[in-house]
Write a protein that binds this ligand. Structure first.
Ligand code: FES
Ligand code: FES
Length: 156
C-alpha cells in the first residue's frame, strides 16, 4: 500500500492505495464520486474520462498511484458557481443525451477541447469525441450540442 494525496474537485483527500487500484475504482468505490461511469473498464469507451492536471484521461486504465499530488476534475466538479457548464446545458437542451451514460465522459472530453479550440468545426468536434462511444444518440445531436456550447462560450 502507498499513501497518495489527491486534489479532487478542489478538495484534498489522502488515501492508502495498492499498486493496481485504478482511479476509476478510487473515485467510484472509495470516494462515492459515481458520476464517472464504468463502461468497458478496458480503455475503449471513454465513459470514465476525467481530467488529470487538465488533460482528459481514461480513469479505468489510470493507476491511482500515478495521480499522487495531482489535480483531478470529475463531472461533479465541472459546473461553474453551482450552475451546469455550458457544454452540459447544451447537451441537455439540444437533445445530446438520452440514457446519459456516456454524457459525463463526453463532457469531460469536450470541455478542455473547447478551451483549446474555441472555433472548432463539426469535423474537429467529431474527431475530438471519437473515443467517446454512445449507444443512443447517433452522435449527430452530441456534435451539434458541443458546437452550440462553443458558440455560447465565445459569446460569454
Ligand atoms: S470504462 Fe474506461 S474507457 Fe470504458
Ligand atoms: S446517451 Fe445513452 S450512451 Fe450516450
Amino acid at each position: 500500500m502507498q499513501k497518495v494525496k489527491l486534489h479532487i474537485n478542489g478538495f484534498t483527500r489522502t488515501l492508502l492505495v495498492n499498486a493496481h487500484e485504478t482511479l476509476l475504482d478510487t473515485l467510484r468505490e472509495r470516494l462515492n464520486l459515481t458520476g464517472t461511469k464504468r463502461g468497458c473498464d478496458q480503455g475503449s469507451c471513454g465513459s470514465c474520462t476525467v481530467l488529470l492536471d487538465g488533460t482528459p484521461v481514461l480513469s479505468c486504465i489510470t493507476p491511482t498511484i500515478r495521480c499522487d499530488g495531482r489535480k483531478i476534475l470529475t463531472i461533479e466538479g465541472i459546473g461553474v458557481n453551482g450552475h451546469l457548464h455550458p457544454v452540459q446545458e447544451r447537451l441537455a437542451s439540444d437533445g445530446g443525451l438520452q440514457c446519459g451514460f456516456c454524457t459525463p465522459g463526453v463532457v469531460m472530453t469536450a470541455v478542455p477541447f473547447l478551451q483549446e479550440n474555441p472555433d472548432a468545426t463539426d469535423d474537429d468536434i467529431k474527431e475530438a469525441l471519437s473515443g467517446n462511444l454512445c449507444r443512443c444518440t447517433g452522435y449527430k445531436k452530441i456534435i451539434e450540442a458541443v458546437r452550440h456550447a462553443a458558440e455560447d462560450l465565445r459569446h460569454g
